[in-house]
Design a protein around this ligand. Structure first.
Ligand SMILES: CCCCCCCCCCCCC/C=C/C(=O)SCCNC(=O)CCNC(=O)[C@H](O)C(C)(C)COP(=O)(O)OP(=O)(O)OC[C@H]1O[C@@H](n2cnc3c(N)ncnc32)[C@H](O)[C@@H]1OP(=O)(O)O
Length: 289
């Protein structure tokens, strides 16, 4: 048994407030794209996405995220904060290269990993918060809306822009978005593929707060998590479940169908063509910078 395994077995509810070190890493030695740390004093876990240049969500990153989410719950962390190691991108959403001219088995594992990660995050028993310290299009917005609280830094963008790429945001992407913004705003924005600026996102309620630095964003998330300190965690988890069970059950029961719909859509020649053009545009823009 290595040190990391020993740490993993610690339940944070049993750690007194006066532990010596500030944070401890729970990342597995094989973690490539994430850093996962727990603050000894608060018991709050921070999952930092770290896949330069833009944290695009590939199979490996999604799998690591899911493992961290499970660990946070198993270790009875007081809450979980998701953030990014980049100064300008929270996550660029799904890795388009996983869906463009994909390999059969890999693309299936990729979508299945996305479903699993989302169900783990959306259904997490512990309080979850997103410190959005950069752009959060599409899959980035999906992660943010799966959390219970969002705080964002100024002058970035967030939203479900799938229609601009010629793809469709699945129902479970939409339902989480609908939890935080009014239906009318959601329908218009998602059909337009609208990316909201931070200020617009705050105005429509897509993010709860706006702050100027990553440190302030983390502090806001900690405050949100601390707001449950007098609440029974079991009662809290069951109450949260009542709000979220419908979407979770729906996806759980329809996982295979959802996968087949995804494959059917992305494998259409017109969709592949649109994705290719979009990727080309991103590459051209990146070369100009
Ligand atoms: C009847 C129907 C029922 C419903 C059916 C549903 C079926 C389901 C269908 C499928 C659903 C899929 C859902 C998809 C969700 C997604 O998340 S798709 C991804 C969407 N993401 C984006 O559009 C963001 C694109 N990226 C950007 O806009 C910018 O990169 C940025 C995030 C704003 C950052 O800008 P900047 O810092 O300037 O970086 P760049 O220079 O642009 O990029 C650097 C390199 O990274 C590459 N890249 C960027 N984003 C991605 C990405 N998402 N995937 C892969 N690669 C990406 C970019 O090309 C650059 O590469 P190089 O040129 O090689 O350096």
């Amino acid at each position: 048994m290595n040190i990391i395994r020993t740490v993993r077995s610690v339940a944070f509810s049993s750690i007194p407030n006066r532990t010596l070190s500030t944070t401890r890493s729970l990342s597995t030695p094989s973690a490539q794209y994430t850093a996962f740390e727990v603050n000894d004093k608060t018991g709050i876990a921070t999952l930092t996405l770290n896949r330069p240049p833009v944290n695009s969500l590939n199979l490996e990153l999604l799998t690591e995220m899911r493992n961290c989410l499970k660990d946070a719950e198993t270790n009875k962390c007081k809450g979980l904060i998701i953030t990014s190691s980049s100064n300008s991108v929270f996550t660029a959403g799904l890795d388009l290269l996983e869906m463009y001219q994909p390999q059969d088995e890999r693309v299936k594992s990729f979508w299945t990993a996305l479903q699993s990660m989302w169900m783990e995050l959306y259904g997490s028993k512990i309080p979850t918060a997103a410190a959005i310290n950069g752009h959060a299009p599409a899959g980035g917005c999906l992660i943010a809306t799966a959390c219970e609280y969002r705080v964002m830094l100024p002058n970035f963008t967030i939203g479900l822009n799938e229609t601009l790429i010629g793809i469709v945001a699945p129902k479970w992407f939409v339902s989480a978005f609908l939890n935080v913004v009014p239906r009318r705003v959601a329908e218009q924005a998602i059909t337009q593929g609208k990316l909201f600026t931070t200020a617009e996102a705050h105005h429509v309620g897509l993010v709860d707060d706006v702050v100027n630095t990553k440190e302030e964003a983390i502090a806001k998330c900690e405050q949100f998590i601390a707001s449950f300190k007098n609440v029974n965690p079991y009662a809290r988890a069951l109450t949260k479940q009542q709000f979220r069970i419908k979407e979770l059950q729906e996806l759980e029961q329809q996982r295979e169908k959802d996968l087949q719909i995804f494959l059917g859509l992305i494998m259409q020649p017109s969709v592949q063509k649109a994705m290719g053009i979009y990727l080309e545009g991103l590459k051209k823009k990146s070369k100009k910078q």
